[in-house]
Every structure is written in C-alpha cells, then in structure tokens.
Design a binder for this molecule. Structure first.
Ligand code: CMX
Length: 435
C-alpha cells in the first residue's frame, strides 16, 4: 500500500500544474472591492489566503476536503470496536483529499508511535517549568525547542533546492504531530501531579496513546472522545488565528516547529482556543453562584450580568459562522449517546436555549450561536479531566493536524513570504478625502 509521502509525491506535480493554470487564467481578475472597514475590522471576509484542506461555510460550518463532519464520521476508518473516525485518517484526508484505507491509517499510527519520543533536553525544559506557568506557555516552549532537530532547518543550512522543500517539511510535520502526545502528557502530569508517564504503545492508535499518556486510556469512551475531539478540532479554514499564524510564520521559511509554536501562542488567546477553558470557568462560577439546578430566570440574569460587565459569553459567537457550529452539534450528539444525564451537560443544554436570544437582544454579536468551545470542556470534565487550564493544550494537539498539512502544501506549492500592505489612518484620510 502507498505511504502518505509516496501519494503526496504523486499529487504535488498535479497540483502545481493546477495552480499554474488557475493563475494564468484568472491571475489578473479582481475579487471585488476592499472596504476601508475591512482594513480596520480585522480583515473579516477579505479574500487573502489559499488553503485546500478545509473550507468554512457561514451557515453549514466546516468541510474537510469537501466532507462534512458527519460524512467524515461515516467514511474515515475507525479503531476496532470504535465508531468515531481515527484522526490519522483525517490527516490523510487533509493532506491528499482522499479517504485512506484501514491499512494506510495503521501505517500512520505506527509511524507516529515510532517518532513519538521527545529529546531529553525538552523533557528537562518541561520539568523545570513552574506548575504555575500556564500549560499553553509550556506547550509552546517545548514545541519551539523541537526546532533543535528540524530536518527542514538543517536541509536549508545545507543548501537544499526550493523544489525539494516539501520533503523535510513533511518529515518535520510528521515528527511534530507524533511528539505532541508526549509533550501534552508530560505537562499534564507535571502540572497536575498525576503519576508517571507510560511509554508509547506502537500497536495502538494516536488517540489511544494520548489518552494513556494523560492517564485515561482505561476508559474506551474517553479514547473515542479523543478521536472525535482531534478530528473536529484539526482545521477550520486558513484564516483563523492559529492556522493563519502557522502559515504566516512558515512563509518566512521558519521550520514547522517554530511555525506551530507561534500558532499555539495565538490559540492560547481567550477569543480563540482558550475559550474552552473560559467556558468551564464561566460555568463553574455560575454553578457556585446559582447552585446545581438553576432556574432559567437565574441563568438569564447571570448571562446578562456577564454582558453588562463588558465581558463576552465564552463559547458563543464566531467571526465566520452564522449558525450553530457543527463541531458543537457533533459533541452534543456524543454527549447524548454517552452521558445524557450528566448535570453539567444539562446545564450546557439549558444555556444553549437561553444565550442566543439574549445575544440577539443585546444586539451586538453577529452570530448568537455556540461554537466548538461551548461544549468540549463538559465532555472532558465528565471523564475526569477536570483541569480546565489544560483544555487548550488538547485543542493545540488537534490543530497541529491542519497547520502541518498546510505547511507541507505551502512548501510544495512555493507559497511566498506573506507581506500585506499596512496603511496609516492619515493615509486613509488623504486617499478618500475627495472620493
Ligand atoms: N458575547 C458577548 N459579546 C459578543 C460575543 C459574545 N459571545 N460575540 C461577539 N460579541 C460582540 C463583540 O465583542 C463585538 O463587540 P464590540 O462591537 O463591542 O467590539 C460585537 O459583538 C461584534 O462582534 P462580531 O462581529 O459578532 O464577532 P467577531 O468576529 O469580532 O469576534 C469572536 C468573533 C469569536 C471573537 C466573538 O464572537 C467572541 O468574542 N466570542 C466569545 C469567545 C469565544 O467563544 N471564542 C472562541 C471562538 C472559536 C475558536 O476560535 O475557538
């Protein structure tokens, strides 16, 4: 059976020709006007990036290479006895646009297990971090330090030709993904004091190994949750903060470890990946204030007090989405199957019935519906992973799949250094004064 790298080597020349053709045919055509508001407004909706791996529709949500989340759940290979897709398969899909065979997915599991060890000095860096240093900062430190053994950085120093960039980028990307469970597991056990780190089992899949490093592999439902979790968090188009940061930093030919560490620092922001931590903190505060089974009226008042305090309702709203995030729905479906009676899950459901109307009434948020982060923490909490400061690390493990796939293709297609134009407000005034 073809390996991922072999298949990629076949696909790259085809896609290079395809891009050449598109640029020859359409290269000088305009996408339409750019509004001054977009320049001031965080570039919402500005067509500025190319990424084939996933596309986000405002109403329908994410599709990975054209496949919706339910389609991925249906089509991608599963573990023996499992019903959620293996993230190995999702990575294959992101990279090639094709559904892999069971055997190709097993090859990836084995390959990642074989690459999983982290250098001793990285272990020491993590062991020296004070437990009070946020897990995301520790994560980013460790990923930055992996650049010590970057195949791309070394090849570049040795004078590699541009046309060969993708090869060592692929190797680094595979190493990056493979090493994240050991980093995440070590952080979890160091910070939260949960026993010794077990060894990677080369007969098990990626999510099983991650669960085992965290100390939760005994529960098959938790392992299934991780498979679903990594799959749905892997990629969300090219323009979100983490994906775009990875691409931007990679465009300077910083290796995949440096590029992904930068992406992690973006993911660590409360408006992006840290929102999953913020949701749980917000829910716990609500519970401690209102008790276990609060009335709708009490919950509504709590939501209003958040807004009146000038804070956002974490887990709600989105820069692109305008309907309920299908990643939220996939997690809700998982909860209905595995933990329908969980009190925190019930609270999340209650909030889902109340927040959108309140955000609409408040009149600012363009999207009053929940995003992925409104649900993930509740599932992790149910299985005993209650330390919310750790949640974004799991998002970070997952998002590496999308960013790595993108970095490989950017090097294969010769993506240039990113360098958009910035303007001063005085220049905007000057340009448009008489128009
Ligand atoms: N609660 C309160 N106010 C909100 C809101 C929310 N959940 N979502 C948006 N708003 C506010 C914005 O803060 C903004 O207010 P100002 O005009 O005072 O600046 C106004 O509504 C318009 O914002 P928008 O155009 O609807 O949203 P943006 O594209 O600017 O921002 C996002 C998108 C996600 C940052 C925002 O909805 C938000 O802050 N949500 C809460 C945090 C969150 O859940 N983030 C996770 C997103 C998913 C992820 O990346 O992981």
């Amino acid at each position: 059976q073809t390996t991922l790298k072999e298949r990629l080597a076949e696909l790259i020349p085809i896609q290079q020709e395809n891009v050449k053709r598109i640029r020859a045919e359409h290269g000088k055509k305009s996408f339409g006007p750019v509004l001054v508001d977009q320049v001031y407004g965080g570039m919402r909706g500005l067509p500025a990036l190319i990424w084939d791996g996933s596309v986000l529709d405002a109403d329908e949500g994410i599709r990975f290479r054209g496949k919706s989340i339910p389609e991925c759940q249906d089509l991608l290979p599963k573990a023996a006895g499992g019903s959620e897709p293996l993230p190995e398969g999702l990575f294959w899909l992101l990279v090639t646009g094709e559904i892999p065979t069971q055997e190709q997915v097993s090859q990836l599991s084995q390959d990642w297990a074989a690459r999983a060890a982290i250098p001793e000095f990285v272990e020491e860096i993590l062991d020296r971090c004070p437990p009070s240093l946020h897990p995301m900062s520790q994560f980013s430190l460790a990923v930055t330090a992996l650049n010590h053994n970057s195949a791309f950085a070394k090849a570049y120093q040795d004078g590699i030709s541009k046309k060969d960039y993708w090869g060592p980028t692929f190797e680094d990307s595979m190493d990056l993904i493979a090493k994240l469970p050991n980093i995440a597991g070590r952080i979890y056990r160091n910070v939260f004091g949960q026993g010794k780190l077990p060894a990677i089992d080369s007969t098990k899949d990626y999510s099983h190994n991650l669960a085992s490093l965290l100390g939760f592999a005994e529960d098959p439902a938790f392992v299934e949750l991780l498979r679903l979790y990594i799959t749905i968090h892997s990629d969300h188009e090219g323009g979100n903060v983490s994906a775009h940061t990875g691409k931007l930093v990679g465009s300077a030919l910083s290796d995949p470890f440096l590029a992904y560490a930068a992406a992690l620092n973006g993911l660590a922001g409360p408006l992006h990946g840290l929102a999953n931590q913020e949701v749980l903190i917000w829910l716990r505060k609500m519970q401690s204030k209102l008790g276990e089974n609060p009335s709708d009226d009490a919950v509504k008042e709590y939501i209003w007090s958040t807004l009146k305090g000038g804070q956002v309702v974490p887990g709600y709203g989105h820069a692109v989405l305008r309907k309920t995030d299908p990643r939220y729905t996939a997690q809700r479906t998982f909860a209905l199957k595995h933990l329908p009676e969980d009190p925190l899950f019930k609270l999340v459901g209650q909030i889902y019935n109340l927040v959108p109307d309140i955000l609409l009434e408040a009149g600012k948020a363009k999207n009053p519906w929940p995003n992925v982060d409104a649900h993930s923490g509740v599932l992790l909490t149910h299985y005993g992973l209650t330390q919310m400061q750790f949640y974004t690390v799991l998002f970070g493990v997952s998002r590496a799949f999308g960013v790595a796939a993108q970095l490989i293709w950017d090097r294969a297609l010769g993506a240039p250094l990113e360098r958009p134009k910035s303007y001063s407000s005085a220049a905007i005034d000057q340009i448009f004064r008489d128009k």
